[in-house]
Ligand binder design. Structure first.
Ligand SMILES: Cc1cc2nc3c(=O)[nH]c(=O)nc-3n(C[C@H](O)[C@H](O)[C@H](O)COP(=O)(O)OP(=O)(O)OC[C@H]3O[C@@H](n4cnc5c(N)ncnc54)[C@H](O)[C@@H]3O)c2cc1C
Ligand code: FES
Length: 387
């Protein structure tokens, strides 16, 4: 099943900074169900460009638990086609072609309400992060630390809203700003300074590549289990006029007759049709794994290769570490050897690709519950002794 696209009308344009504009999008009543979303998800947009179509993703900075209207924020990228076009041209009343919401950079509903939440944002990476923040504040009792890095004070997007949320929830929210212009680039020491409870917290990271790399490395050095770290990479697909031809002839690759795909808690056997991606084969077999851009840059179709080998045409949405850990994009993958191929498509984050996360979180929840219970029993005993 391919992703649905619809025309949405721009209902408001808000200049956030000199480099960034928010756009509110009106959803007609008949499409309300299709555009229900989770905090942290994004829309994929199609733009006519010369004689072809360009696609780009933009995260929703609005929060379904709080905000009435869908909102995105687009920050200019130097030399970028669409970010500059949108900032310069899109106005109230214009229509824009947008997919229904997609993406796995979302809060895990299974997470215990007491699990601390760390949100790391760099520049425009604040868009899904502020949505997650608002959702966690409205729907959980979690303690939340936000680290937001920008070039300077004038580059801060949603600064007033962040300050207001921090003031209204000062008992459980701390927002730390970092400005390169004042203290130099963010360092591991700056991150360590705010970290606590690294063994039981969850971490969400979105920003420019060097920022993400620093946070991921620092968390790994601090011993954070990688299944507790969620990553959203802001990348563009190769536009049709910039696509490089396939380095590998996928038809000639050795392949098994089929592969197994773990989906919605069940393992399914999918026949492999030579030359088709694993996503296309799964769809032909009547399955509907999560997907959005189908071009390798949104990360919606991630799966973990448990056994066997795949060749990926492109994988902008993944870091080299993800690839080394066996994360694959179904929309870009083809079997690359005749050995049996097994994939797990049930993961919820870039890091939670092997299904370990839910069992790991459950184990943590159980440990925490046992600790709290033991603490209560000990407290009762002490009280009895005192009396
Ligand atoms: C899930 C997801 C969510 C996102 N959410 C947001 C968001 O909320 N806000 C936001 O601002 N962005 C977001 N992005 C990023 C966004 O989709 C675009 O990547 C970004 O706006 C840049 O697009 P562009 O068309 O302006 O730049 P592009 O035209 O893609 O160019 C990007 C850079 O690459 C260079 N470049 C690219 N190809 C070539 C080439 N062949 N030769 C030479 N130079 C090249 C350009 O000069 C430029 O510097 C998100 C991305 C993803 C995947
Ligand atoms: S659907 Fe976007 S990366 Fe595969």
């Amino acid at each position: 099943m391919s992703v649905e696209f619809h025309e949405l009308e721009v209902s408001a344009v808000i200049r956030e900074t000199a480099e960034c504009t928010s756009f509110e999008l009106a959803v007609p009543p008949e499409l309300r169900d299709a555009y229900r979303y989770k905090a942290g998800q994004h829309l994929t947009f199609r733009f006519p460009w010369e004689d072809f179509t360009i696609t780009r993703c933009y995260s929703l900075s609005s929060c379904p638990d709080v905000d009435e209207t869908l909102k995105i924020a687009v920050k200019r990228v130097e030399g970028g086609r669409i970010s500059n076009w949108l900032n310069d041209n899109l106005k109230v009343g214009d229509s824009i072609v947008a997919s229904v919401p997609e993406g796995r950079f979302v809060l895990d509903p299974e997470t215990r309400s007491g699990t601390p939440l760390f949100l790391f944002a760099g520049g425009s990476g604040i868009t899904p992060v502020i949505s997650l923040l608002k959702s966690a504040l409205r729907t959980t009792k979690r303690a939340i630390s936000v680290l937001y890095a920008n070039q300077d004070r004038d580059s801060v997007i949603y600064g007033e809203e962040l300050n207001r949320l921090a003031a209204e929830h000062s008992d459980r929210v701390a927002v730390h700003h970092h400005f390169d212009a004042e203290g130099g680039y963010l360092t591991s020491a700056d991150i360590h300074a705010i970290l606590h409870h690294t063994d039981i917290s969850e971490f969400y990271v979105c920003g420019p590549e060097p920022f993400m790399e620093l946070i991921e490395r620092t968390l790994a050095d601090a011993g954070v289990h990688e299944e507790l770290v969620y990553i959203e990479r802001f990348v563009s697909p190769a536009d049709p006029d910039r696509v490089e031809s396939d380095a590998v002839d996928v038809i000639s690759l050795e392949a098994p007759d089929g592969f197994s795909l773990w989906l919605n808690g069940r393992s399914r056997t999918v026949p492999y049709q030579k030359g088709k991606t694993l996503l296309q084969c799964a769809q032909a077999a009547g399955l509907n794994p999560a997907h959005s851009c189908e071009s390798g840059y949104c990360g919606s179709c991630m799966a973990h290769v448990s056994t066997g080998q795949v060749y990926m045409r492109t994988h902008e949405a993944l870091s080299e570490r993800d690839v080394a850990r066996g994360v694959a994009l179904l929309c870009q993958s083809f079997p690359a050897s005749s050995e049996p191929l097994e994939l797990d498509g049930d993961s919820t984050s870039f890091r939670a690709a092997s299904g370990v996360k839910s069992s790991y979180s459950k184990a943590l929840s159980t440990l925490a519950a046992v600790a709290v219970f033991a603490f209560m029993v000990a407290g009762t005993l002490v009280l009895r002794l005192v009396h």
